[in-house]
Design a protein around this ligand. Structure first.
Ligand code: FES
Length: 182
């Protein structure tokens, strides 16, 4: 009898207690974990949104910037500096940009960006006697035609600004791929 009773006591005394302890612990950990995650998400979502919101906003097209009187532009490219207000995420500044503006044989004005398409140095017009009537980059010798077509070293043509003439003045706008050369 004593052996039988001992077994009963073991069965009755251990198993149910063990199950109750486990379920209480699980319940507490689920509840606390869920509440912590909920509160964490409540704080994190506005923070993440605050941080990335301006980055997710669609980029607006650059405004037109008045650069020079149209009468000053000839078939020889000339360099002009101008300022644009830039907004990059939360950061705003006034950047000074440069455009080389010329008139083609049909009388159309066009503006090129002098940033070399090799590694980003600045090209100049007619800067190397070996490459007359071309843009030349002093860093690694890239050179380009008057339309910005890449002739050596650089993998792509010079970028081109949108350009319009209004009331006798040249305005430049968005910078993009060169439309004058293939
Ligand atoms: Fe212009 Fe390399 S950056 S040639």
């Amino acid at each position: 009898m004593s052996e039988h009773n001992n077994q009963d006591a073991q069965h009755q005394g251990e198993k149910p207690v063990k199950r109750r302890e486990m379920s209480r612990r699980q319940f507490l950990s689920y509840t606390l974990g869920g509440a912590t995650a909920f509160m964490g998400a409540g704080m994190l979502v506005p923070m993440v949104r605050f941080a990335v919101d301006p980055v997710l906003q669609p980029k607006t097209k650059a405004d037109w910037v008045k650069v020079v009187e149209a009468g000053q532009i000839t078939d020889e490219p000339k360099s002009f500096k101008f300022k644009v207000h830039q907004v990059d995420g939360w950061y705003e500044n006034d950047a000074e940009l440069e455009a080389w503006i010329a008139k083609d044989k049909d009388g159309n004005l066009f503006a090129l960006n002098p940033t070399c398409k090799h590694l980003g140095c600045t090209v100049n017009w007619n800067a190397n006697p070996e490459y007359k009537e071309q843009y030349f980059c002093p860093c690694h010798g890239a050179h380009y035609t008057i339309d910005g077509k890449n002739l050596a070293v650089a993998p792509a043509p010079l970028d081109q600004y949108d350009l319009k003439v209004e009331n006798g003045f040249v305005y430049v706008g968005q910078l993009g791929p060169n439309k004058r050369v293939k």
